[in-house]
Design a protein around this ligand. Structure first.
Ligand SMILES: NC(=O)c1ccc[n+]([C@@H]2O[C@H](COP(=O)([O-])OP(=O)(O)OC[C@H]3O[C@@H](n4cnc5c(N)ncnc54)[C@H](O)[C@@H]3O)[C@@H](O)[C@H]2O)c1
Length: 388
């Protein structure tokens, strides 16, 4: 095949020089599903050594590292690993289920170790406060694992907002969902209260919130009126269970499979939110951002996991004429997980700010928890978030 002549005009990739003299010693806490992309991305970094890992399940960490072809010392809990000072860990990835995010992160920060914490930040606002206090006291890097941040299309949403093309933003509708998509491929850690704490809210709701809140500069959430339900997850005949011959999963289901909320944000902005792991609908709608000068439509996806579903449309006026501009989908240079891991390692090595800071994700977490608490109370609640 002949060379595509247009390739000659492509921007050349700028290679940043990585100092391999100082290697970052990394440990993995929790060796389940998400630990794999972390390890794969760390292995691509010439200045990182994976030296240890821990999992509560006997033999799981050993089996995991064998499969990944990594020689790492294995432990039965985050404490056992973090207490072993001979490891001289610089950083850990917290890849545990939501309920143990806070304790693992706080323990690591208290030991003076940098943390890359998987999303959602944790389960409750109170936990998030404790995490941030530990982070501040440690002076270490804490970054939250929102890889969609590194997607060029996501960045474009922020650029459009910052350009002023939308004017003053006053209303946002966001969320996403799946017709049948309760995640139970590797067990029940996503659907049991003791491990997950929150369901669709924490798994995919946090992505919808981050997409829009990051774009508009993370205004403080003030009030939440939330709703949640579990009509699908608790049904033994839910097709996702029945197709696997596992109706008993319904008995384990203790979290939300759908949630919705009306949130007031500082600056007079209204956020209308909905998220579904399962519903009798193809999509609960695109994300829309309404501003005084323009409106932006961001298409949803079938399996909502924090990516832009197609070309975005900017609705605006030119000289009194209503018009619209298509913002085409662009490719991101690199794998999002690699970019997430690299940005964390760079922040540690360069002493720079966390790429996805806890100060922002605190508001994301407060909304998730606010929805949960408001839904349980059956009324709107004020968040009254502390300055930490
Ligand atoms: N960024 C993403 O794209 C993405 C994708 C999937 C999952 N996640 C997040 O990653 C987290 C884990 O998800 P998963 O699918 O890997 O779950 P998982 O249940 O497969 O794995 C979690 C593992 O953590 C272990 N664990 C829990 N507490 C521990 C502790 N104190 N010490 C040591 N090990 C401990 C468990 O035994 C389990 O093996 C969740 O919070 C989830 O939201 C993120």
């Amino acid at each position: 095949m002949s060379e595509n002549i247009l390739n000659r005009f492509k921007d050349e990739t700028v290679e940043t020089k990585i100092d391999t003299n100082k290697k970052i010693r990394v440990g993995i806490i929790g060796t389940g599903w998400i630990a794999e992309p972390h390890v794969r991305s760390y292995l691509k970094q010439p200045d990182v050594e994976i030296v240890a890992g821990a999992d509560l399940v006997e033999g799981k960490a050993e089996e995991f590292f064998k499969k990944m072809g990594v020689e790492a010392k294995c432990y039965r809990s985050h404490k056992e690993m973090l207490d072993d000072e001979s490891l001289q860990l610089d950083a850990v990835s917290v890849c545990t289920y939501n309920r143990t995010h806070a304790e693992c992160t706080i323990y690591a920060l208290n030991k003076g170790i940098n943390v890359l914490l998987e999303k959602p930040m944790c389960v409750t606002t109170e936990e998030a406060v404790e995490i941030i206090k530990a982070e501040k006291a440690s002076g270490k890097v804490l970054s939250i694992g929102f890889q969609p941040r590194f997607d060029e299309n996501m960045k474009m949403i922020k650029k459009i907002v910052q350009s002023g093309a939308l004017g003053k933003i006053y209303y946002i509708q966001t969320g996403g969902g799946r017709r049948r998509g309760i995640p139970t491929p590797f067990g029940t850690t996503f659907i049991e209260d003791a491990t997950a704490g929150i369901g669709a809210l924490g798994d995919i709701g946090c992505y919808s919130l981050d997409m829009v809140l990051n774009a508009i500069g993370y205004p403080k959430p003030l009030t939440v009126s939330g709703y949640k339900s579990d009509f699908f997850g608790t049904r033994p005949d839910y097709s996702g269970y029945a197709n696997k011959g596992k109706p008993e999963l319904a008995e384990k289901f203790q979290v939300d499979d759908f949630a919705a909320a009306f949130v007031r944000l500082e600056g007079g902005i209204i956020l209308d939110f909905r998220i579904a792991w399962a519903m009798n609908m193809d999509t609960p709608g695109d994300t829309i951002i309404l501003g005084t000068e323009g409106g932006l439509r961001i298409p949803s996806t079938e399996c909502w996991n924090g990516s832009v579903g197609g070309a975005m449309t900017l609705y605006h006026e030119v000289c009194g004429q209503q018009t619209s501009t298509e913002i085409p989908i662009v490719n991101t240079n690199g794998n999002l997980f690699d970019l997430k891991i690299r940005s964390f390692v760079d922040a540690i090595k360069n002493g720079t700010a966390a790429p996805v800071p806890s100060s922002q994700i605190f508001y994301n977490q407060a909304i998730l928890d606010g929805i949960n608490k408001s839904a349980e109370l059956g009324r709107e609640i004020e968040l009254d978030l502390p300055e930490i």
